[in-house]
Ligand binder design. Structure first.
Ligand code: PHE
Length: 471
């Protein structure tokens, strides 16, 4: 059966391959790299966690990123429709469209809390600019943070501002503004991280930070920690929910998918590692706890900015850049849903973005309350101790540790087994000898199997089987 695919996509196309790399890097680099990576590394004991994370990026992230870009570009539609069309073309089940739906749902859930954390960043822009960090003590920083997160009204205000910012850009179309913004933003963020690492090098505790991050101690890593590392590989690369797929659908035909994907993964990983190298020395120099959780960067960086010369300037600039990085990621979280509404429901981008933005904003209120009034204790699969910030943790674990890996695994199966080899070979257009075979091997055998093993391990499956056989 032949299915017609529009060669010109209705939402437009990137102006060049370079524009795509910038936009996809804008999606990938965000709070995940600078806020989340350091704190989950701290919570999971450092080196061994980092090693598993790096392995997941290389063996699972890179091939799945190539697969997502390829699926998007092959179909030139939003993920839900792309999967429907490609499944039809391959004579496969219609149910594959549900994978698109799961992605859209994951993006929506992630954005609801992502926006709240971006709101913290926004609050810290103003704190930094007002000089509140000057010579502040570790206790002072802590009470400043607690003051913010236990004040739902202030959090709601910042969350609202951030959601409005996101909706405005999506409504105008991701191409125009985004390309320009990321071109300046990414290099600036990179330079500022280097400044922070430079500061950390002068703290006497730089080597302690390096050791913490790069000396693997596998006894410090639990099965849940391995899943967190895997889930984070998906989260930080924006994989498993269609964000990269939809950006891939705007990619010109002649761009090399392999080269672009590897570039994006490298840039993303560099940013995360630099963030860790900037933060852990400050943690140790001030006797702070690496496992402090989501507040980690908000409790460490103000100390550094409070002490360094020009701290008000650098601090403000840093939080502005982090905010912008979060912004370019937030846009990509909602874009698959918006594009789908525009394609299927005959509404314009402004309508679709406003409606979906409003829904996300409402759900975000749950996260806000979970940091104060609605906090409850719960014990999620595989975690050793009950957590107390409630809904935020539930959403984080559900999306990053379950929905994204499952989505990624299914994308790998779709690209590697449902689509014909002829089609993927042609679409990927890899010329280097052996490179296509390597991708096909990784996407068919390595990525989906590893994800499955880690997920089953978390559910205690192996212990159960061992017990069953009396081992
Ligand atoms: N990759 C983004 C970050 O690291 C978050 C994100 C996840 C964006 C999934 C899009 C899709 O902050």
């Amino acid at each position: 059966m032949s299915v017609k695919i529009n060669k010109k996509y209705i939402h437009g196309q990137w102006s060049s391959r370079w524009a795509f790399i910038l936009a996809a890097t804008g999606s990938a680099v965000g709070l995940g790299n600078i806020w989340k990576f350091p704190y989950i590394t701290g919570e999971n004991g450092g080196g061994a966690f980092v090693l598993v994370y790096l392995f997941c990026i290389a063996a699972i992230g890179v091939p799945i990123m190539m697969a997502e870009v390829m699926l998007g570009r092959a179909a030139r539609q939003s993920p839900i429709n792309a999967l429907t069309t490609l499944a039809k073309q391959a004579g496969a089940s219609k149910l594959w469209r549900l994978l698109g739906w799961m992605g859209v749902t994951a993006g929506f859930l992630i954005l609801s809390y992502y926006s709240v954390i971006a709101g913290w960043t926004l609050a810290y822009v103003f704190r930094s600019a007002s000089g509140a960090f000057s010579l502040v003590t570790a206790d002072g920083v802590r009470s400043m943070f607690t003051g913010l997160v236990s004040d739902p009204e202030r959090l709601l205000a910042w969350h609202t501002i951030f959601m409005v910012m996101t909706v405005v850009i999506i409504a105008r179309g991701v191409r125009g503004g985004l390309e320009q913004a990321v071109r300046v933003l990414m290099p600036a963020l990179f330079v500022l991280l280097l400044v922070l690492v430079g500061y950390a090098m002068n703290t006497d505790y730089f080597m302690a930070g390096v050791r913490f991050m790069f000396t693997p101690d596998f006894s410090a890593l639990s099965a849940a920690g391995v899943l967190t590392a895997l889930g984070h590989a998906f989260f930080t690369l924006s994989l498993g929910m269609g964000a990269i797929m939809i950006y891939g659908s705007y990619l010109p035909k002649d761009a090399s998918i392999a080269v672009t994907s590897v570039t994006i993964c490298l840039a993303d990983t560099m940013v995360a590692l630099l963030a860790g190298l900037a933060i852990f020395p400050i943690v140790f120099a001030n006797g702070l706890e690496p496992g402090a959780g989501p507040s980690l960067i908000f409790q460490t960086l103000p100390l550094a900015f409070g002490q360094m010369p020009g701290g008000i300037f650098f601090g403000t600039l840093f939080f502005v850049l982090l905010l912008l990085a979060a912004w370019t990621s937030a846009i990509s979280l909602l874009e698959p849903a918006v594009a789908w509404m525009v394609e299927n429901h005959n509404v314009d981008r402004i309508m679709a973005a406003s409606f979906l933005g409003l829904l996300t904003w409402l759900l975000g209120i749950v996260t806000i309350m979970s940091f104060s009034d609605w906090a409850f204790s719960f014990n999620f699969l595989g975690s050793d101790e009950p957590k107390t910030s409630g809904m935020f943790d539930v959403l984080d674990i559900l999306t990053a540790n379950i929905m994204l890996p499952v989505g990624g695994m299914l994308i790998a199966i779709f690209a590697g087994r449902v689509m014909s080899e002829k089609m993927t070979k042609q679409e990927l257009g890899i010329r280097a000898p052996g490179a296509y075979a390597l991708w096909a091997f990784l996407i068919r055998y390595v990525s989906p199997v590893l994800v499955l093993i880690v997920l089953l391990g978390l559910f205690g499956f192996f212990g159960f089987v061992a017990k069953l056989f009396g081992i």
